[in-house]
Design a protein around this ligand. Structure first.
Ligand code: ZN
Length: 281
């Protein structure tokens, strides 16, 4: 499941192909993904210039010159492929159409953007740009981890009195947008906080460290995604999936990089938590 850094990597990979360019042709091959696709979707996309390509949480938002925004969510298995020109020094031929190519955009400048999603947990919708933050998929999202609204005072206030484990609280998309299981495990290890600790019982001083640590962990992952993008472009036009080394995630039994204690795995709310029983209290 792509998390915020993967989605940001996809956005950056799409930028040269899409931003400031018109959608010359749109091909929509089915009526739905996870939910129905918007009515007359191809017609509403064709001829529009993508004036800005933004990200909100794990959603990519393509603002169109006509006043609508295309909302894209990759879901579990959604992939974005860029082929053709407009990729700087790299050029890929358009691949043969594949079975799960659901939406194909031919861009001004010669690039083709293909959304392929075998399991169809992804989503796309069109909404007026002026109201996009009120769209039902985005409305309840908490502040962006890199935004000013996600700050020490906010986090302390938001977690005050909460009896849920800190791991669960950070996964709550209304507390902070875009964090998933992998990066929450990494953030809590970096902060030295036991994932089972009740959110409301952690001292303000320790909660304060979570804000810069969250940004640092995500920034490092985005940086890793950026370098994979540069390498990857030579092999294929697929965006967003990259090798990133984690300190605790997926490393049950392996030594903690900080103290060499074997990493432990527990299950919280049905999901694996990886942590160091020595460093995290
Ligand atoms: Zn340790």
């Amino acid at each position: 499941m792509p998390e915020l850094p993967e989605v940001e990597t996809v956005r950056r990979g799409l930028l040269p192909a899409m931003e400031g360019r018109r959608i010359l042709a749109a091909q929509v091959n089915r009526p739905d993904l996870r939910w129905p696709l918007p009515k007359r979707m191809a017609e509403r996309l064709e001829g529009q210039e993508v004036t800005a390509l933004r990200r909100r949480s794990k959603y990519i938002l393509a603002e169109l010159s006509g006043g609508e925004t295309l909302i894209v969510h990759l879901g579990m298995s959604g992939r974005m492929l860029v082929s053709g020109a407009a990729l700087g020094q790299f050029h890929f031929d358009h691949p043969a159409p594949e079975k799960h190519d659901h939406v194909v955009l031919d861009m001004e400048g010669g690039a083709r953007v293909t959304f392929n999603d075998a399991r169809r947990f992804g989503a796309m919708d069109l909404a007026p740009t002026a109201e996009v933050e009120d769209h039902w998929l985005l409305k309840a999202l908490g502040p962006e981890p890199f935004g000013n609204a996600f700050n020490e005072a906010y986090l302390i206030g938001r977690l005050k009195g909460r009896a849920t484990p800190i791991k669960t609280a950070l996964l709550d998309q209304t507390v902070v947008a875009g964090l998933g299981n992998i990066y929450v495990c990494e953030i809590l290890h970096r902060a030295g906080i036991d994932p089972r600790r009740k959110a409301g019982r952690i001292s303000a001083q320790r909660l304060t460290t979570l804000v810069p640590i969250t940004r640092m962990v995500l920034e490092e992952a985005i940086e890793a995604g950026g370098s994979s993008l540069r390498d990857h472009r030579q092999a294929s036009g697929e965006l967003g999936y990259f090798q990133h080394t984690f300190r605790v995630y997926g490393r049950e039994g392996a030594p903690c990089p900080h103290c060499a204690t074997p990493i432990r795995r527990i299950v919280q709310s049905g999901r694996s938590s990886f942590y160091c029983p020595t460093c995290q209290r």
